[in-house]
Write a protein that binds this ligand. Sequence first.
Ligand code: THU
Length: 138
Amino acid sequence: MDYRQLIEYAMDARNNSYAPYSGYNVGAALLCDGGEVICGSNIENASYPATVCAERCAIFSAVAKGKKNFKAIAIAGGNHLETDNLTDYAYPCGICRQVMREFTDPDEFIVIVARSIDDYKEFTLSELLPNSFGPENL
Ligand code: THU
């Protein structure tokens, strides 16, 4: 699948974001090995720490469906739901990077941060989470 299409899925998922407290809406689209795409959005809570990020929402949904092999994730986030041209790239938080690390080869897994389908950056997870701790360390 082409990254532009994956970004479109992330932008769509962003519309399902529930972020009444921060006003920061995030969508993520996770590309599985078999080509399937599983999406997530951030879901906030009146008890703030109960919030889940879009990336973890997508990864946990996928794992709950029995999928554990992933190729890439596209992330789109920003303050206004009305636009698909975002001001900033929404980099994944540290907790989400560590959750990605659990299920992927960090040298192979691609993280795409997008402001629009034509304006995005891509990284390996290793670039975003160098010298990481993972399952093989235990
Ligand atoms: N958020 C994400 O969805 N992904 C991240 O990687 C960073 C932060 C969400 C959580 C919260 O709902 C809002 O953005 C502001 O932190």
